[in-house]
Ligand binder design. Structure first.
Ligand code: ATP
Ligand code: MG
Length: 536
């Protein structure tokens, strides 16, 4: 009685997007609006007046953000269809039935509409077999919950559809799930996992969706959800008395952020971008540092978007986050072992990948995040003439240099000096709003045995006045003059032109990633045409 997914596929293909006459659209079909647009949220100056509703899974689930008098904070409530006692009973029966009938998690199909069709056909078979008769309204509500729990991520599925969410955090059972909202910051949700087993099996489901494995023997999992691209960290525990398993999900913005987009949200200035563009063109080694979630990866992607379009780029990450349109880009992802038999069979670490990457003769190597021994390989590679970009977790520049010189990285001072520039990004408050700032760009002049360093600071964000200060004296420009034989006047002229160009793009509101990438690429290939177009 189980319906085969293949048959649906064949039908889809033969349909060519149209519904054949002999397959009239079923009136009671369950549908979700997957093309919902990002809702526009007005600014709210007084959070105690907040009362806002917007769609998540239309027309079934909504976000309701409101000020909660009792807790004195903003709450993010999820509103879903109400079920009466009878409907709940039927839902339970159907859930059991679906569970026995099909295992959607093993089906390797991304198209949610195909999955819904598959689920719905099976639910109809079940209803018939069980002799359950319900009205259309109840049927659609039940389908919503079945969809949410079998195709989606159960309770948190509505959150996965919120354009405004950055992070979702669950710190165990009996404690609310928190999220980071792009507009309202850290807020608490009305979602709580009350049951240890429920949370445990949910974390297992998350791992499975990421194609990973989590168990008591391998209690920590890093992965990425294939459909949304969201990054997932989860932990597992057998200790029932603790708060239990945890998970955090970093949502993936549908589109990478362009340099101009970063200008428009006040993270960087046109000057610092023009500077980064020039030094990247000339193969400078750059490290972006900052705290967790401060925007390091976003900045490194912006910096990488300035690399010459024809350059050979090799990137190495734990989970795929970088997005570039360079044709000669070879992205690679580290892979955890299966952990079967006590050994990490099949494990490919950042370290392995990085060693291999230098054999691919890259112009630029990008490492998502350096933590340990892979830093050594990166610096050796940079010392032998390849250019490198990487991020590292640290709160200030001095600490970075000290950490590079001490265990477990243990670089010699002369090797640390290979690094030309460190960019520091962090959260900041501007007029009460949480923003990210590229706080400082520092050029390394020299590094001593004891970990002290001498730096030049071409860019610094002045928090008091909220302006980006810059000075023209650049050690890296001087290096470029010496090593590459480019004239200093030429670099200064380029700095001016690119600064103006970026400002024009900003004024014209050209912020879309691919469009800006194409303009950068055209600038390399046919500068005159770009200048004619934007700086006539
Ligand atoms: N300049 C910015 N302004 C506002 N939001 C930003 C900015 N940069 C990044 N974000 C958002 O913050 C989140 C984290 O960004 P990102 O992944 O770049 O940080 P990270 O420092 O690399 O994080 P991690 O420490 O987890 O590696 C993302 O959702 C991203 O969209
Ligand atoms: Mg990162």
């Amino acid at each position: 009685m189980l319906l085969k997914l293949d048959s649906l596929f064949k039908k889809k293909k033969s349909k060519n997007g149209e519904v054949k006459n002999d397959e009239k659209k079923d009136e009671s079909q369950f549908k979700i609006n997957f093309d919902a647009k990002k809702p526009m949220l007005a600014d709210v100056s007084d959070q105690t007046k907040l009362d806002l509703r917007y769609g998540l899974i239309l027309p079934y689930a909504y976000a309701h953000l409101y000020w909660d008098e009792v807790h004195g904070e903003v709450i993010y409530g999820i509103e879903e269809p109400n079920l009466d006692v009878k409907e709940k009973e039927i839902l339970n029966t159907l859930e059991q039935g679906v569970q026995e009938l099909i295992d959607i998690s093993f089906i390797n199909v991304d198209d949610k509409e195909v999955l819904i069709e598959y689920l719905e056909k099976n639910v109809k078979v079940l209803l018939k077999e069980l002799g359950i008769v319900i009205n259309r309204n109840s049927y659609l509500k039940l389908m919503y919950y079945l969809y949410r729990d079998f195709i989606g991520l159960n309770k948190i599925e509505p959150l996965m559809n919120d354009f405004y969410i950055e992070d979702i955090e669950c710190n165990g059972v009996k404690t609310p799930v928190y999220l980071v909202h792009r507009k309202f910051g850290n807020i608490r949700t009305n979602i709580v996992y009350d049951d240890f087993d429920e949370l445990t099996s949910f974390v297992e489901k998350l791992a499975q969706k990421c194609g990973k494995y989590i168990s008591y023997a391998n209690p920590i999992m890093d992965g990425r959800l294939p459909d949304s691209g969201a990054r997932v960290n989860a932990t597992y525990t057998e200790d029932i008395s603790s708060r239990g398993p945890t998970f955090s999900i970093r949502m993936f913005t549908r589109e990478a952020w362009s340099p101009v987009k970063l200008m428009s949200i006040g993270t960087v200035s046109a000057e610092v971008l023009a500077y980064l563009w020039i030094i990247v063109e000339h193969g400078t080694n750059i490290l972006v540092v900052g705290g967790t979630g401060s925007g390091k990866t976003t900045i490194i992607n912006v910096i990488a978007s300035f690399i010459r379009p024809e350059a050979r780029i090799v990137s190495i990450e734990d989970t795929k986050e970088l997005r570039l349109i360079h044709e000669n880009w070879l992205p690679s992802i580290a892979r955890a072992g299966t952990g079967v038999g006590g050994e990490n069979t099949g494990e490919i670490t950042l370290f392995d990948l990085l060693k291999a990457s230098f054999r691919q003769r890259p112009d630029y190597v990008i490492v998502g995040e350096i933590r340990g021994q892979e830093a050594n390989v990166l610096f050796q590679g940079m010392a032998s003439g390849h250019s490198g970009l990487a991020t590292m977790h640290a709160d200030d520049v001095k600490t970075v240099i000290k950490r590079l010189e001490t265990a477990p990285i243990n670089l010699s001072p002369s090797l640390v000096e290979i690094l030309d520039v460190v960019c520091l990004v962090s959260h900041a408050k501007v007029k009460g709003q949480d923003v990210r700032k590229l706080r400082t760009v520092q050029e390394i002049i020299s590094v001593k045995e004891n970990g002290d360093s001498e730096v030049n600071v071409p860019f610094q964000w002045d928090a008091g006045r909220n302006v980006f200060m810059f000075k023209r004296e650049s050690i890296v420009f001087k290096k470029i003059v010496t090593k590459r034989g480019v004239k200093m006047e030429e670099l200064q002229r380029e700095f001016e032109t690119r600064r103006k160009l970026l400002n024009v793009l900003y004024k014209k509101n050209i912020t879309e990633f691919e469009e800006v990438q194409r303009i950068i690429s055209d600038y390399y290939k046919n500068k005159d045409a770009v200048l004619k177009r934007f700086l006539p």
